[in-house]
Write a protein that binds this ligand. Structure first.
Ligand code: ZN
Length: 446
């Protein structure tokens, strides 16, 4: 494998070349740390989200789905603590106008003092003392830009779940313990974003809030922690040696959390968090009860006990998980003296499942290939490619992570069989074209 920093550059370049990820507004020079998913990227991310939704919502009787709006009542963010506490201490350079986190290790000296040195322009004494800066994006609702109409783009999807918890409980006739799952966009005005799609200002979360009786929260916390790790390795196929838990120390714990574990992946730029499991106690529901004046406690029908439920949260970044899958899939290898770059996605999450190639563009091969392609894409996302040598077409699909390459050759027009090339083993088998869909289906399930 290439050195780590180099690996990230290669991945960014492949992501653009093959249509996974593009920089936002690139023709205007790009917008800082905002990214767009191209034709292959949108499929990959969608497949990951669909698998999450299936395991969380469809395969469990005790979790319901929700899609809450991005804009919420401003009081929500007062109750959640985000207005007062969701802040970073920042310093400005009065000379070059750059802004940094106060704990940026590149800053030499103490910001606000004459000895402090700006890490960008190198000026001394130009850094301001740290000031608190809220990370929520603000916007204005209605035609007048007046304070009364200030709303925020949500910095997490979780609050949409808390404020709907009674609606869901009553309409679904669930009983505690039960959960609510949601996939949606969230926004944070990060001051030091970076590392490709790892830290971005607009991102998508896959969050599940599990409501439990106080006292059972520790058990459920352990359950969900292990369940999530099992899913990442068993379902997405992430290599077990590349993921680990990191338990938050007292200092790292968020204001609402009693216990928290990050799930970290060994990215080319080091171990970093891409999912978290948090015991949020009754903090959020109790605060919403206080701020809204509405009763949010639960009456246990079995014991007649009343309590405000505790919440165990599993919070994953859809973009970060997609980046994990990309990094984990990337392989370079030597095939017969030639370098091959291949993305080894699990077939279930690969953007394209199969590519269909006529060996040459004559002798009835393109017509047969077209018919086979139409048949295959009725069942799964497939690609047709008749450009260039067959070796180059295989190579392009290796870079796209397409698990199966189907070639229609001279023999195909005689006996109706095609070759199916396996992306990982490079083994080729001949399959009767009328059995092809079944053959692929068996390998794409799971
Ligand atoms: Zn400066």
């Amino acid at each position: 494998m290439p050195p780590a920093d180099n690996l990230m550059d290669k991945l960014v370049s492949l992501a653009k070349r093959r249509g996974f990820v593009f920089q936002s507004s690139e023709i205007y020079g790009g917008l800082g740390s905002v990214w767009d998913y191209g034709p292959l990227g949108v499929e990959l991310k969608k497949n990951i989200k669909e698998r999450w939704w299936r395991s969380m919502v469809h395969e469990r009787e005790d979790i319901e789905g929700l899609d809450a709006a991005i804009l919420m009542h401003p009081k929500v963010w007062e109750a959640s603590g985000h207005v007062a506490g969701f802040t970073d201490p920042l310093v400005d350079c009065k000379h070059c106008k750059n802004r940094f986190r106060a704990d940026d290790p590149r800053i030499k000296g103490t910001p606000g003092q004459p000895d402090a040195q700006c890490p960008v322009c190198g000026s001394r004494g130009t850094l301001t003392a740290p000031r608190m800066f809220n990370l929520m994006f603000k916007t204005f609702m209605g035609p007048l830009e007046e304070a009364a109409a200030v709303v925020y783009l949500r910095p997490e999807t979780a609050q949409g779940i808390y404020v709907n918890y009674l609606n869901v409980l009553q309409s679904s006739r669930q009983k505690i313990p039960f959960g609510i799952a949601q996939i949606g966009k969230a926004f944070r005005n990060e001051i030091t974003p970076g590392n490709f799609t790892f830290r971005t200002r607009e991102f998508e979360q896959m969050e599940m809030q599990f409501f439990v009786k106080p006292g059972t929260d520790g058990e459920w916390f352990d359950f969900w922690r292990h369940e999530r790790m099992k899913w990442l390795v068993g379902n997405l196929g992430i290599r077990a040696e590349k993921v680990r838990f990191h338990q938050h120390t007292k200092l790292e714990l968020a204001h609402y959390a009693k216990d928290a574990y990050d799930i970290e992946y060994e990215f080319p730029f080091g171990w970093n968090e891409f999912e978290g499991i948090h015991n949020r106690t009754d903090f959020d529901l109790a605060r919403h009860q206080e701020y809204s004046g509405k009763k949010l406690d639960y009456l246990d029908p079995a014991t007649n006990e009343r309590f405000v439920p505790y919440v165990v949260e599993t919070s994953a970044g859809a973009d970060r998980t997609t980046l994990v899958v990309l990094c984990d899939a990337y392989h370079e290898e030597d095939v017969a003296g030639e370098k091959r770059v291949v993305l080894r996605f699990r077939p279930t999450i690969a953007p394209l499942k199969a590519a269909v190639f006529p060996l040459v563009n004559k002798d009835g091969m393109p017509e047969l290939a077209r018919r086979i392609y139409d048949d295959v894409r009725n069942h799964c996302n497939a690609f047709y490619d008749d450009g260039g040598s067959i070796g180059r077409r295989y190579r392009r699909q290796d870079e796209a992570g397409t698990p199966f390459g189907i070639t229609i050759d001279g023999q195909s027009t005689q006996d109706g069989t095609v070759t199916v090339r396996d992306r990982d083993t490079l083994a080729q088998v001949r399959v009767a074209s009328d059995r092809l869909v079944q053959f692929l289906g068996d390998r794409l399930r799971g």
